[in-house]
Design a protein around this ligand. Sequence first.
Ligand SMILES: Nc1nc2c(c(=O)[nH]1)N[C@H]1C(S)=C(S)[C@@H](COP(=O)(O)OP(=O)(O)OC[C@H]3O[C@@H](n4cnc5c(N)ncnc54)[C@H](O)[C@@H]3O)O[C@H]1N2
Ligand code: MOO
Length: 409
Amino acid sequence: MMGVEFLEIIDLDDARRITGELFSELYSQGTESVDILDADGRVLADDIESPVDLPPFDRASRDGYAVRAADTFGADEENPATLRCIETVEAGSVPSLEVAEGLCTRISTGAPVPEGADAVVMVEYTWEEVDRVYIQRPAYPSQHIAARGSDIRAGNVLLRTGTVLSPDKIAALSAAGITRVNVISKPSVCVISTGNELIEPSGQLEPGKIFDSNSAGLSSALKEAGCSVKHGGIVRDDYGELRDAILRGLEEADMVITSGGTSAGAGDILSEVLDELGRVVIHGISIKPGKPTIVGVVDDKIVVGLPGFPVSALIVFMSLIEPFIRKLSGRKASSGHVKTLKLAERLHSSRGRVHYALVMVDGDYARPIFKDSGAVAALAGADGYIEVPKNVEIINEGEEVEVVLFENR
Ligand SMILES: Nc1nc2c(c(=O)[nH]1)N[C@H]1C(S)=C(S)[C@@H](COP(=O)(O)OP(=O)(O)OC[C@H]3O[C@@H](n4cnc5c(N)ncnc54)[C@H](O)[C@@H]3O)O[C@H]1N2
Ligand code: MOO
């Protein structure tokens, strides 16, 4: 079959709509159970109720004496309240005696408060002689006691569906005695770089060659979006090699993302491969950079062909693919990382194409970076990009722009 030789350029909005439809048609969220020690960054698939009260018992939050507050009213340094100490309760043990009027219990932080006591006096405000304890300050009821269930009651929701597990959440689960949780499965994505000029970054540069930066960059972006990544490695500009690599990728992953080999050059064979194995759904979007982007379907799985240029590859991924991947992996579509800033320098854009302009953030200003799509070091120095709408040709210095930030997503 003949390949798609001429790009049929479609609008970004249409590309987004079509890509979104493919994602909904072909994928649905899976869930799996994981140990909380391996759950960092995972997304909860269920609401989680606390099976226990937290704290599980009325607990002293200071070292000192458990008392009846009323016994200490009016106490000061001159006229201390005098109590008789009946036992010592360390953290981890349980009291055996009730604190009746005129009595107290020596207590450690974290230990259960004995029956009868309703306050803890810090040891700093007491002194002890023989079995007498002198209290120099009055205590109020509930002082330095964390009541049973005051943090959360058994049966109440501790964490909600969709929560991204971070250290604080994982600590709370452990506190409730929960060691396994159901989380949304990570979509698995195979990343393939294509091009005869590419060398593994661990290798030696040779004349005419460059290190493959798209594999590592895209892999990092995919992990950030909640995916597990399979490395398909570097594939030469060879029809059979690319075809086999894509088939291998589809066997072990839910999706394949390639970079390079998308445009109309002699070695640009991806669209032909996809045409043979399945279908090309998109080839050409009116965006700059990223015009030759390909989206195809093979064996009911999406294959994305990103342009080879590192800036194009990463920005097209972020702008077109990432939001759908994040939705699939249970994450918010990276809202909250857009910042309104003033443009520091006039920016020209080409009419009829959405233009992604890299910028550095400088206080309240966004300073455009005028480098080409191959400038990967400039990309590393950028803080984000502006998506200049297709009908805008010039943005003047000082005009407000929305910057999509690379960090704080
Ligand atoms: N005659 C035409 N030439 C080009 C067109 C066009 O429409 N007609 N489009 C240009 C545009 S726009 C882009 S974008 C590129 C995209 O082409 P490919 O996707 O086929 O990418 P390559 O040609 O393979 O590579 C472009 C550039 O990027 C470097 N590259 C590729 N892969 C990697 C990688 N994994 N790591 C680092 N750098 C990579 C590659 O060496 C090239 O310098 O085509 C234009 N040409
Ligand atoms: O469309 Mo290309 O992606 O200009 O760099």
